[in-house]
Design a protein around this ligand. Structure first.
Ligand code: FAD
Length: 291
């Protein structure tokens, strides 16, 4: 099923993001995760794509098994950085052969050790090129990434959002956002996108904060700003990992409940492949009784 049709049918779409285990780690570990996540009734599972395609075969294998073995709708992430258009064509064919109907079309991040990275001649510059490629190919529902606080490489939020509007106009069916920790950031973003004429569903991305090192790394990568109540939480529980995790779960629950009360199209939960913490969040938030 195409994810855009799920958004039409459901009032609050719940999606879980999972990542494939590293290449030297048994792939089976993710299937235990999926069994636990299935009980929580997600509307679709989104499988990330390793930087530069390092774990590509696993993304497709897992997305395929989510759909065929676990009977949940699945989406394969795909990044265009580091792939020629011909390679992308082959990957998209492979995704099609596995009967996966949904692709999250992304640019990906340049290699960290190459700050002046430029794509090779003829390679795609950004996700808009990939969206066009998949749209030309036909038969897919296309999702894309959105940044409520602007992409970290963008000098101004409004420029980033104009760029996002252009991306949607090329044929994006729905958006999943980068993590944020202050819901006002999301409401401001959603209102601005609406004013710009973007009417596709936007699911806010929620990243539960489970330990202080993880969140420092994530914030560093995403550029998400930290509201003062989160800083207080870091101060209060930073030395006690179990209390910190509890507080992080509660923070995510409060964020989700507020977003649902304000009528968001869905919640995109980054599970980090952690079943128990995901269960706590779903069962103790308004996600439990979503229509
Ligand atoms: P784009 O849409 O191409 O660009 C993002 C922003 O950069 C634009 O909005 C604009 O501000 C600026 N920009 C880009 N090109 C131009 C231009 N030509 N001119 C002016 N401005 C420009 N990464 C992975 O490697 N694997 C994953 O599975 C993955 N999943 C993700 C899932 C979600 C929900 C999100 C939010 C991100 C994910 N990422 C993933 C990270 C993503 O690849 C990076 O954030 C990357 O830096 C940007 O990708 P994009 O598709 O948003 O880029």
């Amino acid at each position: 099923m195409k994810i855009k049709d799920i958004y039409i049918q459901k009032k609050a779409v719940l999606s879980f993001e999972i990542f494939p285990p590293k290449p030297d780690y048994p792939v089976d570990s993710v299937f235990h995760t999926l069994e636990g996540l299935k009980d929580l009734g997600p509307d679709f599972i989104s499988v990330t794509y390793g930087a530069g395609g390092s774990n590509r075969a696993r993304t497709i294998e897992i997305a395929s098994r989510v759909k065929h073995d676990y009977q949940m709708e699945s989406q394969a992430h795909l990044t265009c950085i580091g792939h020629s258009p011909a390679e992308l064509e082959k990957i998209i064919d492979e995704i099609k052969e596995h009967d996966i109907e949904n692709i999250l079309a992304l640019r990906g991040d340049p290699p960290r050790d190459q700050p002046n990275y430029r794509p090779q001649e003829g390679y795609y510059l950004d996700s808009i090129d990939l969206v066009r490629h998949i749209r030309r190919k036909g038969g897919f529902c296309i999702g894309a990434a959105a940044y409520p606080e602007g992409h970290s490489q963008s000098a101004r939020w409004d420029q980033d959002w104009l760029r996002l509007r252009d991306k949607v106009m090329e044929g994006v069916d729905f958006l999943l956002t980068q993590m944020f920790f202050d819901n006002r950031v999301f409401y401001n973003f959603a209102e601005n996108m609406f004013r710009l004429g973007v009417k596709v569903p936007i699911s806010p991305g929620i990243m539960p904060i489970l330990n202080i090192n993880q969140i420092k790394r994530m914030i560093n990568l995403s550029g998400a700003s930290i509201p003062s109540k989160l800083l207080l939480m870091f101060d209060k529980y930073g030395d006690n990992s179990s209390d910190f995790e509890k507080a992080g779960i509660e923070y995510a629950i409060n964020q989700i409940d507020d977003l649902l009360e304000n009528g968001v199209a869905g919640i995109h939960l980054c599970t980090m492949n952690k079943v128990e913490q995901t269960r706590m969040i779903v069962q103790n938030s308004k996600l439990r009784s979503r229509p």
